[in-house]
Design a binder for this molecule. Structure first.
Ligand SMILES: [Mg+2]
Length: 177
């Protein structure tokens, strides 16, 4: 049995808890951070134009953010919320996915971690997974936007990485479907 020791949205008492949610499962490296454009106490600073694409995705969909990146591991949910605030990043971080890497003895279990989060948070009505790696579950592929290998996207970084304009358009389509 995997221990359920992660924080999730339903832990937070909210009068609006019954409202159905749209969620972005957000990876960071290869999505917002490709070649660091500087550093602060949290680490690499993200590309401003990729952050702007995230802002458009949130503005157009009202989706909340759940961090699936390894950045969640050192910092936890509170750290991620603090970083979002201090860096004035767009949107609201409401959770982090659980860490199953020890349990499954592999780093390639992000889809399983996302499934566990979805199972624990049935108020999520729609989601998009944004990641540069492809270790998702087969049933998640219609909700998955891959931010690597997109060398034909005009605003990609370093050989096809990053949350480009086209990736953003695709993610909006998924969340609004
Ligand atoms: Mg990544």
């Amino acid at each position: 049995m995997v221990e359920k020791d992660w924080c999730h949205y339903s832990d937070m008492p909210s009068p609006n808890a019954y409202i159905k949610l749209k969620v972005i499962f957000l990876d960071i490296d290869g999505v917002l951070n490709v070649i660091p454009v500087g550093h602060d106490k949290w680490g690499a600073i993200f590309h401003p134009h990729l952050v702007n694409n995230l802002k458009r995705l949130i503005d157009e969909t009202g989706a909340k953010i759940v961090i699936s990146s390894t950045w969640r591991m050192g910092n936890g949910l509170e750290g991620m919320i603090d970083m979002w605030k201090e860096r004035d990043l767009p949107g609201e971080v409401i959770g982090i996915t659980p860490n199953f890497m020890v349990h499954f003895k592999t780093t390639l279990c992000r889809g399983k971690e996302i499934d566990a989060y979805l199972e624990e948070n049935p108020e999520i009505e729609n989601y998009v997974i944004i990641d540069d790696d492809s270790d998702m579950e087969p049933h998640q592929l219609n909700n998955f936007v891959m931010t690597s290998g997109n060398t034909d996207h005009l605003d990609c970084v370093d050989l096809g990485y990053g949350l480009t304009k086209e990736c953003t358009d695709w993610a909006i389509k998924i969340l609004m479907s």
